[in-house]
Design a protein around this ligand. Structure first.
Ligand code: TRP
Length: 438
């Protein structure tokens, strides 16, 4: 199995995907004790993560942390695109520094849009709707890849530690793939890691909330972050904790520095072997690794390194299209666009695939299948906030008391309310998007 970020595959078996790629389960202990956990977290729509523990700890200990995500301006914004911004707004309410990359370089390189087209689309479709949905633009950095010099520089420089074989293995690139496309994952790595540069707030845990199709980019970014570190902290063969200098210059100085830091953190029983470029900690355990690693990372910029902490990620499932296939801008009947009129949305909802039985009698007798229903998905992802109400809807479908006609009608009404309100909010927001045209 391969995840191709640029294909239009739909994914069915998220648990299998998770296991195959070594994505961790987004289990209850990671979100249960966060302030007012968001419905997408509570309901398992966010199903996997890498390294979320760092974020969890930053939130609990009120330490600084950042969010970086991106949008690819291709086609009109629909409910599938809304998910990530719902997550971002939740994290904004918890106090994260927010960065949003407009992936205009990627859209140009991989989707055939001109730079001018992607700019218009990004501003008028995406950014406008983000603000209308409630994202506070004053409290986040929204930027275009093409005009962010630090991101582009980083992309180029970080490329030093990635080779062609790795890119082929990760993305399946071929001889005919254009160079801008080949380079676009490095630009995305630049997006993800630039927030840890001194100029943008310095080293701190960074969460990248995305759809699971983006996992190859996350793996690449985590590999690259690690590859540029000056120190490696790990369990050795004889079960000790070892700190290793990974570079060949300034080894003595780097070992001196590490020794000082380790002692400051109470690890005084050390064995230094300069020839191995190593310090062994006699009293540390595996549980001490994150602390030691972070302390060393913080010192790396002082020695010409980056010290990047590995970026964390969460993965959400994709909302299914109303037709039962992928929700996609290129198939308008599958998607509800944020700029649809209530009448358009109602029509699509009325035609949607449901989990209803073939006849009314049969459905009354044996119930419907909410788990296979596009209308239920609308409720679960977007339309019903209250968990009890959602559960009641689920049960009355299953036990055959709620029929599809009435259920669709209710979804259409809720959708109408949402779309009309959003339309109003877009008008209010239109004054705030001028700044992005520059
Ligand atoms: N590749 C993403 C997409 O196709 C867009 C993107 C660009 C992004 N840079 C990012 C996503 C950084 C997350 C983080 O939608």
């Amino acid at each position: 199995m391969k995840i191709d970020p640029w294909s239009s595959t739909t994914y069915q078996d998220y648990a299998r995907l998770r296991d195959e790629f070594g994505i961790e389960e987004f289990s209850e202990n990671l979100w249960k004790d966060l302030p007012h956990p968001h419905r997408l977290l509570r309901r398992g729509v966010v199903f996997g993560h890498r390294g979320f523990e760092l974020i969890h700890e930053a939130i609990q200990k009120k330490k600084p942390w950042a969010i970086l995500t991106g949008l690819m301006p291709s086609g009109r914004m629909h409910l599938g695109h809304k998910m990530v911004i719902d997550e971002v707004m939740y994290y904004q309410s918890l106090g994260a520094d927010i960065f949003i990359a407009v992936a205009d370089i990627e859209a140009f390189a991989t989707r055939g849009y001109s730079m001018a087209e992607t700019k218009e689309l990004a501003i008028n479709e995406y950014i406008l709707n983000y603000i209308a949905l409630g994202l506070q633009p004053e409290r986040c950095h929204i930027y275009f890849q093409s005009s962010h010099q630090d991101v582009k520089d980083l992309a180029y420089l970080l490329g030093k530690k990635v080779n062609w074989s790795q890119m082929v293995a990760t993305y399946g690139f071929e001889g005919a793939t254009n160079m801008a496309h080949i380079f676009s994952p490095l630009v995305q790595t630049g997006d993800i890691l630039h927030v840890q540069l001194e100029k943008f707030g310095g080293l701190r845990p960074t969460l990248v909330p995305v759809g699971v199709d983006q996992d190859p980019h996350i793996r690449l970014s985590r590999d690259i972050a690690q590859a540029h570190r000056l120190y490696n902290v790990t369990v050795t063969k004889d079960n000790k904790i070892g700190v290793f200098v990974k570079v060949d210059t300034n080894v003595e100085t780097l070992l001196d520095n590490a020794e000082k830091i380790l002692k400051k953190h109470g690890f005084t029983d050390l064995k230094r072997i300069t020839d191995y470029k190593a310090i062994y900690l006699n009293t540390a355990t595996e549980a001490d690794i994150p602390l030691v690693d972070e302390a060393l990372a913080q010192s790396e910029p002082g020695f010409g390194g980056y010290g990047f902490l590995p970026p964390s990620s969460t993965y959400h499932r994709f909302i299914t299209g109303l037709t039962g296939e992928k929700m996609s801008s290129s198939k308008p009947e599958s998607a509800i666009f944020l700029t649809d009129t209530p009448a358009e949305a109602t029509k699509k909802i009325m035609n949607a695939k449901t989990g209803g039985a073939a006849t009314l009698e049969e459905q009354k007798k044996s119930g419907g299948k909410p788990d296979e229903c596009m209308i239920y998905e609308l409720y679960l992802y977007h339309l019903i906030e209250d968990d009890n109400e959602l559960r009641k809807t689920y049960e009355s479908c299953k036990n055959g008391t709620l029929m599809c006609g009435a259920c669709k009608k209710r979804a259409a009404e809720l959708m109408e309310r949402f779309l009309v309100e959003l339309q109003e909010k877009r008008k209010e927001a239109s004054g705030k998007i001028q700044q992005y045209h520059k």
